[in-house]
Each structure stands twice: as structure tokens, then as C-alpha cells.
Design a protein around this ligand. Structure first.
Ligand SMILES: *Cc1c(COP(=O)(O)O)cnc(C)c1O
Length: 480
């Protein structure tokens, strides 16, 4: 495919820019005026449309294909929630803060308050702030709340405990707030080793961060006991809610004993993500932590929503304005569309789908923690590795077959991990087709392992240096 600059032909144009009505001289200081040509591509409208349409077709999305990226919950996002978000597109984010603006922003503030109330009900928490902009941002906000809580009580705490299956953002968030990390290994039963956890606990522990179901897709049967033990040391329990899609309407983290929780609206509640955002990571807390929540708090005063700003113990603002508001609209619309029964069915179907795939692939791949899974299953390519075929090679094979690969090499505790999360929105036919291709990969690894070196063959680029491709992208056309 030719780049747009390569299609440039002197004098060709797609638009006619109206004559400038800004005075040519005296308006801007001369040193800010450009003296050379901008060297923009000179192309027709049709060539431009084709160029960008063809580029867009290189994008992989849930709207075009199955996207079983484990831990990311790439579910289909119903278009109705997009329509809902556009209803608010004209509202300026500063409106509630302007003189007299509060009265005009009642609908938006009511929506944020309603969403917070719904999320608190779903998770069993007492109040939710919608400010944090992503899961990781929610984690950091949550750990800051926990630090503020301990400071207020005069507790001297040094450590945050995480299982070794945790998402990397958990220890990173705790470290950013100033804690040292204690990592507890996973036991053969696929969850944090309970005895090693007890040994790791002390009065110095500020919090225990748990993901449940964890990144192996397993629900920890000791989760209540873990919370009780943590509380006996006056440590708080943090729930990483990225996997909430597995448990809605079944278990409420707040009932189990969790004190702080973040949710990933872009995973569980109907917002498309990938490519870096936007997302939202609301944080829910139990009542003891409400005084520390970010400011302003949206509170209901009679029939009105008002902004409470004089919270001397608040950790302060964690986002501009009110967070990623459009994502909040989508999440609220999604919750209202599905209702209580609908959300329960989401989780039931997500869990059923993951178990279906795991059961079908069991004979073809190793399953290191072979238990009934929740909304995702983790295979290992260790059997294929004996033939020289790694998880990465299988991922590249899948690309040629038209699939976004599952998450690979995560969780870190599984060798050559392949983590599959089908989500509730996929049909049995779609999953069967994917299973078929996964079985083909396993068979090819047996019969012709050398073939994997050539995958992917159908893409504009083949094997990249994965690290450099992500970290040092070449996004400019001229002069680099
Ligand atoms: C996605 C994820 C996170 C981080 O969430 P972001 O919204 O990507 O910042 C944290 N923990 C788990 C288990 C996750 O899957």
C-alpha cells in the first residue's frame, strides 16, 4: 500500500480552503510565522478517502472478528450505548463548576451519581468515585485511599501483599504510593498459597491486593478467610475488579470482606477499548474510607445533586473534570439495558463459554491448573514447546487464520501461557471455528513444527522485534 505522501502530485487537491480572513500582517509575531511550505501531500478527495478507508481496514476489532484476549474482556459493545454517549457530547466538562452551571448539569451529575450507586450495589460497596481513568489509575487511587486511612489512624505500615499471579499493575500501583511489595507464590491448587500468605502477614502490612477470579481464571475458595486474616492485622483488602465479568450477581466483593475495589468499565461495562483507551476505573469503598475519596464528591441533597468540595481528609482530585464521562454514560446505559437479570446472565454465559473452550482444547494443550474455570482459561503450549513451537508461534499462526491471538506469556507463572477469554457475546459457532483452528495449530506443531517460522505470512509485516515495535514506533514519514 502506498503512503499518502507517495501519492502526492503537485497541484492536485481534494479541498478548497476558504480565503483567510485573518490579517496577514501584524496579527502574529513574525518569528511564529512559517516561511517554508508545509509539504502536505497533494491528493484528491477520492485518493484520501481510499487511503484512510484502507488503513482502517487494517484495524482488528471486535466488530470485525473474534478477539479472545485473556484478561482484557474484549466483549462486543452494543451500539445503543454509543448512541447514549452522543446525547451528552455537547456538554462542556466545566459546566457544573461555572457560576449558575450546576442547575444545568443536573442530568450529568445525576447520571454519575446513578452509575456510582449501581456499581456500589453490584459490588457491595458503600460509595463509588468515578474519577479514575483506567484500572491501573483506580488501583493507585485505591492504594492512596488505604494509605490515607492508615495515616489517619496513626498506623505505621510498610508493605502491600500481592499473589504472584497478580497483574503487573498491582505491585506497580502499590510501589508508586510508596509501599514495599511482598509477593506470595501460587499453590498447586491455583490460588495464593494460604500458608505462605499467613506467614507473610504482620502488623506492617497495609493492604492485600487480590484478583478474584485470579488471572488463572480461578475463584479462590479461601477468599473470605484471606480477608478475615488481613483485617486481624488491620490491613485492608483491595479487590482488583478487572475480572468482574465472571461474578456479577453471584458474589459481591464487599460482602466477602473487601474494603476497596476498582472496576474496569471498558472491560465489564460495554465500552470498546484497545489502542490505549479511553477507559474508566471507578473505585468503590466501604464507609470507613468515604472521607478520603477524591474531591469533588457528587452528593444528593434533596432532589438536587451538589458538589461537595470541603473534604479536608480527601486525597484530592485524581482526574480532570469528572473522569472519562463518555465511558460513564456507556456503562450506565449498559447496566440499565441489561438490568439485574441481564448482568447475571452475562456472567453465567461468560463462564460457560470459557469452560466450553477449555474442555474442547483439553486433549490438545496442557492445562497447568486443571480446574473448572471462571470467565477465562489458561492453557500452556509446553507440549508444543517440545517440538520447538512456542506460544508466540501459535499466536502468529492464529493471525494468519484471521484471529486476534489470545493473551500469551501471561500470567507469568505459567510457562508459555495461552490465556483465552471468549466473553459472553460470542456464539457457539464462532467458538467452534476458533477451537478448530487451535486444534489445527496443535496438529501442525506435531507434524511440521518448522512451518511456524513463516507465520504470519498474510500481514504487511511479519515477525517484528516485539519490544521495539511497541516501545520505539516509527510513526513519521519524512526525516526518520
Ligand atoms: C486490565 C487489568 C488491569 C489494569 O487495568 P487497565 O484498565 O488496563 O489499567 C489490572 N488488573 C487486571 C487483572 C487486569 O486484567
Amino acid at each position: 500500500m502506498k503512503l499518502i505522501y507517495e501519492q502526492s502530485s503537485a497541484g492536485r487537491r481534494g479541498v478548497r480552503i476558504p480565503a483567510s480572513d485573518v490579517p496577514a500582517a501584524g496579527f502574529l509575531p513574525p518569528e511564529l510565522l512559517r516561511t517554508d511550505s508545509a509539504e502536505l501531500p497533494e491528493v484528491s478527495e477520492l485518493d484520501t478517502v481510499r487511503h484512510f478507508t484502507n488503513l482502517s481496514r487494517r484495524n482488528y476489532s471486535v466488530d470485525t472478528h473474534f478477539y479472545p484476549l485473556g484478561s482484557c474482556t474484549m466483549k462486543y459493545n452494543v451500539k445503543a450505548v454509543e448512541n447514549a454517549a452522543t446525547l451528552f457530547a455537547d456538554e462542556h466538562p466545566l459546566l457544573p463548576l461555572l457560576p449558575g452551571g450546576l442547575a444545568h448539569a443536573q442530568g450529568s451529575l445525576g447520571l454519575l451519581h446513578g452509575l456510582g450507586t449501581a456499581l456500589a450495589e453490584i459490588t457491595g460497596m458503600d460509595e463509588v468515585t468515578t474519577q479514575p481513568l483506567a484500572g491501573a489509575h483506580g488501583e493507585m487511587t485505591g492504594i492512596m485511599l488505604i494509605a490515607a486511612y492508615h495515616r489517619a489512624k496513626g498506623n505505621k505500615k510498610r508493605y502491600v501483599v500481592v499473589p504472584d499471579s497478580s497483574h503487573g499493575t498491582n505491585p506497580a500501583s502499590a510501589a508508586m504510593v510508596g509501599y514495599e511489595i511482598i509477593t506470595v507464590p501460587t499453590a498447586p491448587y491455583g490460588d495464593m498459597d494460604l500458608e505462605l500468605f499467613k506467614a507473610a502477614m504482620s502488623d506492617q502490612v497495609a493492604a492485600v491486593m487480590m484478583t478474584c477470579p485470579n488471572t488463572l481464571g480461578l475463584f479462590n475458595p479461601h477468599i473470605r478467610e484471606i480477608c478475615d486474616i488481613a483485617h486481624s492485622y488491620d490491613a485492608l483488602c483491595y479487590y482488583d475488579g478487572a475480572n468482574l465479568n465472571a461474578i456479577m450477581g453471584k458474589v459481591r466483593p464487599g460482602d466477602v470482606g473487601f474494603d476497596v475495589i476498582h472496576l474496569n468499565l471498558h472491560k465489564t461495562f460495554g465500552t470498546p477499548h484497545g489502542g490505549g483507551g479511553p477507559g474508566a476505573g471507578p473505585v468503590g469503598v466501604k464507609s470507613a474510607l468515604i472521607p478520603f475519596l477524591p474531591t469533588p464528591r457528587i452528593v444528593k441533597n434533596g432532589d438536587d445533586y451538589v458538589l461537595e468540595t470541603d473534604n479536608p481528609r480527601s486525597i484530592g482530585r485524581t482526574a480532570n473534570f469528572f473522569g472519562n464521562f463518555g465511558v460513564m454514560v456507556k456503562a450506565y446505559a449498559y447496566i440499565l439495558l441489561l438490568g439485574r437479570e441481564g448482568l447475571i446472565r452475562v456472567s453465567e454465559q461468560a463462564v460457560l463459554n470459557a469452560n466450553y473452550i477449555m474442555a474442547k482444547l483439553k486433549g490438545h494443550y496442557d492445562i497447568p491448573y486443571d480446574f473448572t474455570c471462571m470467565h477465562e482459561c489458561v492453557l500452556s503450549a509446553s507440549r508444543q514447546v517440545k517440538q520447538g513451537v512456542h506460544a508466540l508461534d501459535i499466536a502468529k499462526f492464529l493471525i494468519d487464520k484471521g484471529y486476534h491471538p489470545p493473551t500469551i506469556y501471561f500470567p507469568l507463572i505459567v510457562k508459555d501461557a495461552i490465556m483465552i477469554e471468549p466473553t459472553e457475546t460470542e456464539s457457539r459457532e464462532t467458538m467452534d471455528a476458533f477451537i478448530e483452528v487451535m486444534i489445527q495449530a496443535a496438529e501442525l506443531a506435531e507434524s511440521d513444527p518448522a512451518a511456524f517460522a513463516s507465520f504470519p505470512a498474510t500481514m504487511p509485516v511479519s515477525r517484528l522485534d516485539e519490544t521495539r515495535a511497541a516501545r520505539s514506533q516509527n510513526v513519521c514519514f519524512v526525516g526518520c
